[in-house]
Design a protein around this ligand. Structure first.
Ligand code: GDP
Ligand code: MN
Length: 374
């Protein structure tokens, strides 16, 4: 679960990390009031779970409360990198002397948390040359110890009282990481402004499997409207940017289907694991949702184990009866009740392939023909 910046800052602040004065809102009038209570220049920040908001126009400065309101009005409801902005964060504008990067994530190969720091803060860490990045593995039984914070701060070229404050932030950042069962905690930039050290931006991603231990944490619903709709049916679905919709049973099978599709030059429009043992109704509904995304063709790849081929066939027939199937659908159907499923399909004018290879090539070819939605 990824938390919005304002939520991440709220949590970091509870752990004693200094954050700018300010507040989040979905109401332009409230944005004006927050700006007035801060006084002076403010920053209006789009709350969206995307990186690089600065470059994309999601960070704007306002020299008066009225201007903050105007900016909030334009931002709220608009899209940033394809994501709708529901809230803005209004904060004091910091005078920046220096920006550094500090983050903690899991080094999956070393199976330990890793502290990452760089004096090239502000930009995305992926863009920073490796030689400007400091990494330190953390041993969970000991945690992030004081000397590590100080050593890393020295490596960043900091000295004086500010160095001590940065070291303190690093130690607290690990307390956030461990205390929230995070997968990532990141401050970019950690701003040095005179004697102050302040988290100007914050990310906190919590391990979904640990959420049950954290009723105190806010919950954030992730996903596009379609993703949330399919998720509420108990199926796992991710939108992709291609034009061939895909349904398979089992996550591994769905992943393999996407790979094979790419291999034959097709571009998947989604990942959909229709699950084991889904019944006719939800399967038909899921296929209906795939159609609503207007793909050029649909690939159904079923290796029926718990899933019964005749149920899959019935779901497809149901969709055909209600929608007439406006796009080519290519089906690969083998496994439990295969004969019954295949003969049902034939009776209703569908063809079924036996191998994933044949079906995938057929769907790529079908999608290459004219676009049925134009
Ligand atoms: P991101 O682009 O999504 O990572 O958003 P950030 O919150 O990190 O802001 C991007 C950049 O905007 C920062 O690196 C700063 O250079 C600038 N910025 C953000 N907040 C302030 C601020 O309070 N004062 C000043 N001067 N610049 C800011
Ligand atoms: Mn940032």
């Amino acid at each position: 679960m990824k938390l919005y910046e304002y939520l991440a800052k709220g949590i970091m602040s509870k752990f004693g990390i200094p954050v700018p004065r300010g507040g989040a809102t979905d109401d332009p009038a409230e944005a004006e009031r927050i700006a007035a209570s801060i006084g002076g220049e403010v920053v209006v920040k789009a709350q969206a779970l995307v990186g690089g908001r600065g470059k994309a126009g999601g960070i704007k400065f306002a020299d008066s409360p009225a201007r903050a309101r105007e900016i909030a009005e334009t931002m709220l409801g608009s899209e940033l990198k394809g994501v709708r902005i529901e809230k803005v964060l209004i904060e004091e504008k910091l005078k920046i002397d220096k920006e550094v990067y500090v983050g903690i994530t899991v080094d999956t190969r070393k199976a330990r948390p890793v502290l990452i720091a760089s004096s090239s803060g502000g930009m995305e860490i992926e863009e920073v040359p490796e030689k400007e990045i400091v990494r330190r593995l953390i041993e969970p039984p000991w945690g992030l110890e004081g000397f590590m914070g100080r050593e890393v701060t020295r490596r960043l070229g900091l000295s004086g009282p500010v160095a001590g404050r940065v070291a303190d932030v690093i130690i607290r950042l690990y307390q956030v990481f461990a205390g929230c069962d995070a997968e990532l905690t990141e401050i970019n930039p950690l701003v040095i402004s005179g004697d102050r050290v302040i988290a100007a931006d914050a990310r906190l991603n919590v391990d979904d499997d640990a959420l049950y231990k954290h009723p105190e944490l806010p919950r954030v619903e992730e996903g596009t409207p379609t993703e949330l709709r399919v998720k509420s049916m108990g199926l796992s679905y991710v939108e992709l940017d291609g034009d061939i919709a895909v349904m398979a049973n089992g996550a591994g099978m769905a992943m393999a289907t996407l790979d094979v599709l790419q291999r034959y030059g097709g571009r998947p429009a989604n990942f959909l694991d229709a699950g084991g043992g889904a019944s006719v109704e939800p399967m038909a509904e899921a296929i209906g949702i795939l159609l609503s995304t207007k793909p050029k063709a649909i690939l159904v790849n079923i290796f029926g184990g718990i899933t019964r081929c005749d149920d899959v066939a019935r779901a497809l027939i149901k969709v055909k009866e209600t929608t007439g199937f406006p796009v080519p659908v290519v089906i690969r159907l083998v496994g439990t009740n295969e004969e019954e499923g295949v003969s049902l399909l034939r009776e209703h004018g569908f063809e079924a392939y036996r191998t994933m290879d044949e079906a995938t090539r057929a769907v790529v070819e079908a999608a290459g023909r004219a676009n049925p939605w134009q």
